[in-house]
Ligand binder design. Structure first.
Ligand SMILES: C[S@@+](CC[C@H](N)C(=O)[O-])C[C@H]1O[C@@H](n2cnc3c(N)ncnc32)[C@H](O)[C@@H]1O
Length: 192
């Protein structure tokens, strides 16, 4: 077995990958993370899903491709020049809602909403406002965070933030979690 994930690609993925390169977007999610996300949402029929950090819509394409017709996905992005790409590809999809703005603010304003999977792919909801995001994971729901292994594009002095997040999962009484050396290093946590 190897880590090839070139089969069952979402229909729009390669076009979005091309557009992502053209824009010079430097923080794209890779196919391995996408493949895992797609698999996990398939396990949650009629699920409600949240993505923090749409970027250009790469991980969005994987999430939507794994979701059934009764599921819904909300995705938040602060930078419209990136989110614009996702909008071109997915705005016709009735299961999908794009939010333009600051994720931290949105999370704090929507605490009563609960999700069956949250993909945390921005500082907000992962290193900032983590507890606000964790509070929105439904019982049995997944919290997925990437970039847990050192990356070239990490900001300075980032390791302590990652350690704090992993420390939370180690000591928390309301989660079951696994650290995966897959893709950029993933945390897969389930709310108990
Ligand atoms: C790692 S990238 C996301 C990659 C994306 N999931 C993909 O599939 O390629 C992080 C994204 O979070 C966005 N972002 C940063 N701060 C944010 C905030 N406070 N609220 C919402 N989005 C934010 C960035 O503009 C960037 O597009």
């Amino acid at each position: 077995m190897d880590d090839d994930v070139s089969v069952n690609l979402p229909e729009q993925l390669q076009m979005i990958e091309r557009e992502t390169k053209r824009l010079g977007f430097s923080m794209p999610s890779d196919r391995q993370t996408g493949s895992l996300l797609s698999t996990l949402v398939t396990a949650k029929p009629a699920g409600k899903f949240l993505e923090i950090g749409t970027g250009t819509g790469l991980s969005t394409s994987w999430l939507l491709s794994g979701m059934d017709g009764k599921s819904s996905l909300t995705s938040i992005e602060i930078d419209d020049k990136y989110q614009w790409v996702a909008r071109q590809f997915f705005e016709q999809d009735k299961r999908f809602q794009l939010v333009a703005g600051d994720a931290g603010e949105w999370l704090r304003n929507n605490q009563s909403m609960k999700f069956d999977l949250i993909f945390a792919d921005a500082m907000s909801g992962k290193y900032m406002d983590f507890h606000v995001a964790w509070n929105m994971v439904a019982p049995g729901g997944f919290y997925i965070g990437d970039d847990m292994l050192p990356q070239d594009n990490w900001p300075e002095n980032h390791q302590p933030r990652v350690d704090d997040l992993l420390g939370f999962f180690e000591t928390s009484h309301d989660c079951q979690y696994t650290r995966l050396a897959w893709s950029t290093g993933l945390i897969v946590a389930v709310k108990t």
